[in-house]
Design a binder for this molecule. Structure first.
Ligand SMILES: C[S@@+](CC[C@H](N)C(=O)[O-])C[C@H]1O[C@@H](n2cnc3c(N)ncnc32)[C@H](O)[C@@H]1O
Length: 235
């Protein structure tokens, strides 16, 4: 799968936002744990910083994680308009300055007109092919200010696991989530159609090859999820 711009079927799934909202509300994808760790990373910044959140959804994880940090400006980009309406509600009163944009995350990261201190991509990069994930990492490195970092959170395959093996394992995991049967089946159909997680051992290697220092800060979800802090090595 090669994706130059937003897949309309992906946008359509996330436009029915109540499905993903049920996932977040039940904490099935461990947003609480992951974003508590993201908060601790962002807390280390002692100067005001800008953050670009690609595939921001409703910002339910990152919104609370920004409280008490030196966030100056938050920019969220998503291809699903309804998600951005929820994001506006999440961020109002939390972040003084925010800008929500309807758009494609690859187009955004490849637009060289703005630089950021932090780029976040959370549970969104797996919709892209491995070649496009590498393309994304190259572009993200170029969008960071000196001292900048990319926080990458995503679903992953185990080393050597095929996509079909992953899909079988992930489906049975989703069936253990505390959600109604219809919601579970819609999630599984979406994952089967559109998810292309990277091999967990390959993604940090691609980042290292593109000028990032790599620190894994979370692994969970029955070994289906991983998160890395990718710090730009200044030239
Ligand atoms: C699984 S949700 C993750 C939302 C949020 N980042 C989180 O961690 O909960 C994936 C989000 O990425 C968005 N998305 C998927 N492909 C995209 C693309 N090519 N450009 C922009 N947004 C995209 C979807 O609309 C959805 O809101």
């Amino acid at each position: 799968m090669s994706q130059q711009s937003t897949d309309p079927d992906v946008a359509s799934f996330f436009s029915a936002w109540e499905i993903y909202r049920a996932v977040i509300d039940s904490d099935a994808m461990e947003h609480q744990e992951v974003f508590a760790k993201v908060h601790r990373i962002l807390e280390e910044r002692t100067e005001p910083f800008t953050l670009l959140d690609l595939g921001c959804g409703d910002a339910a994880g990152i919104g609370p994680a920004l409280v008490g940090t030196q966030i100056a400006t938050y920019v969220g980009v998503d291809c699903a308009a309804p998600a951005l309406e929820f994001a506006e509600a999440t961020l109002s009163g939390t972040v003084a300055e925010f800008d929500l944009r309807l758009g494609d995350l690859m187009d955004t990261i490849e637009d060289p007109s703005e630089l950021f201190d932090v780029v976040l991509v959370s549970f969104a990069l797996h919709h892209f092919s491995d070649d496009d994930k590498k393309r994304f990492l190259t572009a993200a490195r170029a969008r960071l200010r000196p001292g900048g970092e990319l926080i990458l959170i995503d679903v992953v395959r185990q080393p050597g696991e095929s996509r079909d093996e992953y899909l079988a394992r992930y489906s049975s995991y989703v069936r253990s989530w505390p959600l109604d049967t219809d919601t579970v089946e819609r999630i599984i159909a979406h994952v089967d159609g559109f998810d292309y997680p990277a091999d967990v051992s390959a993604e940090p290697q691609w980042a290292a090859e593109r000028g990032f220092r790599v620190e894994e800060f979370y692994r969970g979800g029955n070994e289906t999820q991983c998160a890395w802090r990718l710090t730009a090595i200044d030239n």
